[in-house]
Design a protein around this ligand. Sequence first.
Ligand code: PLP
Length: 472
Amino acid sequence: MGDYQPETIASPTPATPGNQLKDISTNDSGVLYHQLRQKPLNIVGGRGSYLITDDGLEILDATCGAAVSCLGHSDKRVHDAIMEQLQKIPYAYSLYFTNNAAENLSRILVDSTGGKMSRAFIVSSGTEAVEASVKMAMQYFRELPTPQPQRVNFISRTQSYHGNTLGSLAVGHHVARRAIYESILTKNVHHVSQCYPYRGMKDGESTEGYVARLAQELEDKFQSLGPDTVCAFVAETMSGATLGCVPALPGYLKAMKEVCERHGALLILDEVMSGMGRTGTLHAWEQEGVVPDLQTIAKGLGAGYAPIAGLLVNKHVVDTLTRGTGAFAHSQTYQGHPVSCAAAYRVQQIIQEDNLLPNVREMGEYLGRLLHEKLGDNPHVGDIRGRGLFWALEFVQNKSTKESYPPSKKIAWTLHTTGLKPEYAISLMPGNGGADGVNGDHICLAPPYNTTKAEIELIVDRASKVIQEVLG
Ligand code: PLP
């Protein structure tokens, strides 16, 4: 794992009790907070796996924010790379120029796929990467030697999340986030079931039987739309925050890709959350025996040191566009941003230099084992699932019927806010199937790739105490 020790920041003052989420009624901040009536904790520092508040509370960041800060919070090597790039050139418009940082980053990304993906298109957020994937898929079919402009439909999965702009929101199926905008979301996105064994598999059904049933559902969807009208099937390689860390069953993605290939449609794998090492291999698809046509990446790419995301593009798509108009009909001001690219390049080097992927696998197994040991018999914990350093606990009112809590109870959010009390000081990632009321509330755990056994034990201990306080 290398011998790098993060720099310690100034010693925090002791935490003041009761300093969690503050009532905003007396607050004159200009920030529009996510929860408009509540001021969140103010983070002023970070050290390894810990966030430090202005009150000096050290919070164990068991989630890397939203599965982002995979090197922890204070890696001086990345700070230095950012400073160096800032001093060379902070910005050069990618419509006119390239820059060394973008060149270096794209090269190692393409090489990391064994050349299966042949270009990287670098943007600033996961949402932008998904939007770019949708647009590139449509352009691809228009620029084939025999164009197929009738391919206007996309198929994705229920309870999925692929971003928050109108296009990416339409591709996903986050009920709560879509609700207000349904009328202006495209109707050309259609949904099939998730691969979600805990609730989707029938009693006595085999893995093969379940996978075959899901593949048939996709086939039926193609048939009902007209197979040659489908542009792409979009799925997370491992379902992340909305469904709660559900690894694909063996053979599932292969079966889905076969359906796509049979009908000439593309496979877009969204690895914004599950990619760049989170599940134990750099690309989550490496464990599935499939190669996507388009792949989105983001969170672990820059580890939160700078906003960055990317679209990795399979060679045959690149070749088609190159022979076609020769330009991707999409450009953004901060595309290939030099400082973000320099940060991400250094992050990716460190993942290799410190040999972090074996640690993700080893600590991930340990985390899974401890969760099962400590919480497997808890009457409120219906399911424990995950892969690599990406695990979730799904909560139910009744373990035998799997009855979930009503979304109005906000169980997952309450677990999150309770975790932030000084006596627990742990950040947990809440979710509830996109608030569709079908699956239970869950919390996800996603520690940094350089986490230790001691930290894993602390995470499980603190999370268990939080669950005990909220659910009894
Ligand atoms: N796709 C997936 C699978 C995600 O989990 C997310 C964010 O959580 C996104 C896309 C959107 O990424 P961003 O929030 O960086 O725009």
